[in-house]
Design a protein around this ligand. Structure first.
Ligand code: ATP
Ligand code: MG
Length: 398
């Protein structure tokens, strides 16, 4: 759904709520983005209307978290989250509270939000309500908690990682007291679920300035309390710019650990099997490149993305090793006579017919040998040539 539509839809929702006598505003990340001059990502609305009142105002709506006051309102093909003004109940174990209290005042709702830049509201006539100096902080590129940082991080330890993650996404700095409070409260990050930690780290891997986060992880010493007490080596991240996929960040982090920790990362951070495989591939390719240039078979076996990423990581991590630029690697891979087994001009059936043998493990082996022969340009990928070649080969073998 396009952003313009989402804006139009959220404006309609606000207007309707106001007509019913409620207050309603765009809040949170969307307002931060507006002040930053960036197109707003997902739009959240906060309102004085209670969940039941939101539901009766908008029959086309879905309860997503009614206990927390959130209703998704369906408006003109858009799905917009509308949340009742609330304050958070008691915090237990440094995690977000299990229950909330609905309130009728915007100010109360803004006070419970994490950072000044995230605690602004925009009215329907585009006036920004900024109770804690969020605008000035955004202009100065500062991340500052709403209220006393020690208290806010003690309430909810995840906020520490959110602060660090925003510094990487926005190229902002943590205000000094906010950063100090992370140092003071670092140990309580252990109360946060691995999934949430992984989610924040992955946003860092995908951000434009991961180095900011790594420096802050080091400075506040929070890294020692994250799963695995890993080696974070911020100086190594200075040149890291592979922010296209989360696996690049995980692979880079893996390469900074000794072997036993390297292998534990996917399990410690509950990564998917697919992520695990992709990380292993990059790590394996880096280890190969520490020994030698990529061979023809390496170029064939690894994906283009893995080869290019591994080469870049070698350049950063082992500066004395001579490296190639990515265009050359891509060209070399493209120049292979065959890119994948799918391009083979013959099939397993052909082989069974030609040799008059039933299928079996030999088939896979032979196909592999044919691929190798084509890659090494002993033969062309042409049925007649392959037929000739296997007949000679099997004669040698028998
Ligand atoms: P993005 O979605 O781009 O990561 P966001 O600011 O929209 O950034 P969300 O996690 O979507 O972040 O949360 C929406 C808003 O809810 C935030 O802007 C903030 O006001 C508030 N918020 C989210 N998490 C917390 C938290 N742990 N403590 C206090 N307020 C929070
Ligand atoms: Mg958001």
């Amino acid at each position: 759904m396009s952003k313009t539509n989402e804006w139009a839809a959220s404006q309609k929702i606000i207007e309707t709520l106001q007509q019913q006598g409620f207050e309603a505003y765009v809040v949170g990340g969307a307002v931060r983005d507006i002040v930053l001059g960036k197109p707003a990502t997902d739009i959240d609305i906060a309102t004085s209307a209670l969940p039941e009142e939101i539901k009766s105002t908008f029959p086309r709506s879905i309860d997503v978290g009614i206990a927390h006051g959130t209703i998704v309102v369906l408006m003109d093909e858009c799905a917009i989250e509308v949340t009742t003004f609330r304050t958070d109940g008691k915090y237990v174990d440094h995690r977000r509270p299990t229950h909330v209290t609905f309130v009728r005042s915007l100010e109360e709702d803004m006070k419970r939000r994490d950072f000044t830049m995230n605690a602004m509201a925009q009215t329907r006539d585009e006036e920004i309500i900024d109770l804690f100096g969020g605008k000035v902080d955004i202009q100065n590129g500062i991340i500052r908690t709403v209220g006393d940082p020690n208290h806010r991080f003690a309430e909810d330890a995840l906020r520490m990682l959110r602060a660090i993650r925003f510094s990487a996404q926005l190229n902002f700095q943590l205000e000094e007291k906010t950063s100090e409070a992370i140092t003071n409260n670092a140990i309580s990050i252990q109360n946060i679920s691995v999934e949430r930690i992984t989610n924040e780290l992955e946003k860092i891997w995908l951000s434009a300035f991961p180095i900011n986060a790594l420096k802050e992880i080091e400075k506040t010493k929070i890294g020692q309390w994250l799963p695995g007490s890993l080696n974070w080596s911020p100086e190594m991240w200075e040149q890291f710019d592979d922010n296209k996929a989360t696996v690049h960040g995980w692979a880079f982090l893996s390469l900074l650990q000794n072997k036993d920790k390297q292998e534990k990362i996917p399990r410690l951070y509950r990564l998917s099997n697919l992520q695990k495989i992709e990380i292993q591939q990059i790590v394996k390719a880096v280890h190969i490149r520490k020994q030698r240039f990529f061979s023809t078979v390496d170029l064939y076996q690894f994906s283009e993305q893995t080869l290019v990423t591994a080469e870049k990581f070698v350049k950063i991590l082992f500066p004395t090793i001579e490296t190639t630029d990515s265009t050359t690697i891509v060209e070399n891979k493209k120049a292979l006579p065959i890119q994948s087994i799918k391009e083979l001009s013959i099939t397993g059936n052909d082989l069974m017919n030609w040799l008059d043998k039933p299928g079996g493990p030999w088939l896979k082996e032979m196909i592999n040998e044919i691929v190798q022969a084509i890659l090494h340009k002993e033969i062309n990928n042409h049925p007649e040539q392959i037929k000739e070649w296997i007949k000679n080969e099997s004669r040698h073998k028998n």
